[in-house]
Design a protein around this ligand. Structure first.
Ligand SMILES: Nc1ncnc2c1ncn2[C@@H]1O[C@H](COP(=O)(O)OP(=O)(O)O)[C@@H](O)[C@H]1O
Ligand SMILES: [Mg+2]
Length: 256
């Protein structure tokens, strides 16, 4: 049987009395792309943070590329090496250049030779169309450029899966596309990914499956065309209507 990029079974998590993840189970085959969506507070960020050990959980099992996540330091280290994460707010080091942001992990974490890391960083910066920005500091770049640096930094670690948590929602509208284009390219190249986003156009172009969460539970799992045109549940219908409405108002979130 082929090893899954990610598999999650029976995940339950509480914040105090609040049951934030309820029996969450799904898996991602290698090369597959899942878009995770749902109303604010439904548990999307908590779920993906559980996948790379940024959050602990009370019940269930998470495995990345066949390695089962436990709270031991060795397991956390292993899982985090295999699991890239791209956040809404980039999380770059402001006092390091773009090149240094990219090479820090491989050189200090994996003892990769600096020269080799630099070469690879420059290749990846080309790939995200920032080949000429290597010596700048994050503060000298636009939000869209910073997010592409964050994606290149994640790629430096050759992750089995990349987890994106609303990667375009902090960006000015005119910068959303340049980031989505890079993500679509990675997707086409076969990068396994889980993307929390409400960008319907991206989901249509890229996702193998959409997972819709509400109140900590997976309510619906469907191919994007089915999910956006014929959601099966009333909760998903309301959600799709709402994001469609917002997209129409802003004129940016729907890409064909
Ligand atoms: N560190 C925390 N402590 C307590 N409650 C939290 C914490 N983080 C998130 N929550 C709560 O868990 C629920 C799910 O949050 P989150 O995963 O951020 O949802 P989403 O990403 O879908 O908006 C929300 O009700 C949120 O208020
Ligand atoms: Mg969130």
């Amino acid at each position: 049987m082929e090893v899954k990029a990610v598999s999650v079974s029976g995940l339950n998590k509480w914040f105090g009395q609040h049951h934030v993840l309820r029996d969450v189970s799904f898996s991602l085959a290698k090369g597959e792309k899942i878009v995770l969506c749902g109303p604010s507070g439904s548990g999307k960020s908590t779920l993906i943070r559980c996948l790379n050990g940024l959050e602990s959980f009370a019940e269930g099992e998470v495995a990345v590329a066949g390695a089962i996540l436990s709270q031991s330091p060795a397991s956390l280290r292993q899982i985090r090496q295999m699991t890239g994460m791209v956040f809404q707010h980039f999380n770059l080091f402001p006092h390091l250049t773009v090149l240094e942001n990219l090479t820090l992990g491989p050189v200090s974490g994996r003892r990769e030779p600096q020269q080799q890391a630099n070469r690879r960083a420059l290749e990846l910066l080309e790939r995200v169309r920032l080949g000429d920005q290597a010596r700048k500091y994050p503060g000298q770049l636009s939000g869209g450029q910073q997010q592409r640096v964050a994606i290149a930094r994640t790629l430096m670690m050759r992750p089995q899966v990349i987890l994106f948590d609303e990667p375009t929602s902090a960006l000015d509208p005119e910068m959303v596309h340049e980031v989505l284009d890079v993500m679509e390219e990675l997707a086409r190249e076969g990068q396994s990914m889980i993307v929390v986003t409400h960008e319907m156009g991206f989901a249509r172009n890229v996702a193998d499956l959409v997972i819709f969460m509400d109140a900590g539970a997976i309510v619906e799992t469907a191919p994007p065309l089915t999910f956006f045109s014929r959601p099966a549940t009333e909760r998903a219908r309301m959600f799709v209507r709402q994001i469609g409405h917002d997209a129409h108002l802003e004129g940016v979130a729907v890409r064909e």
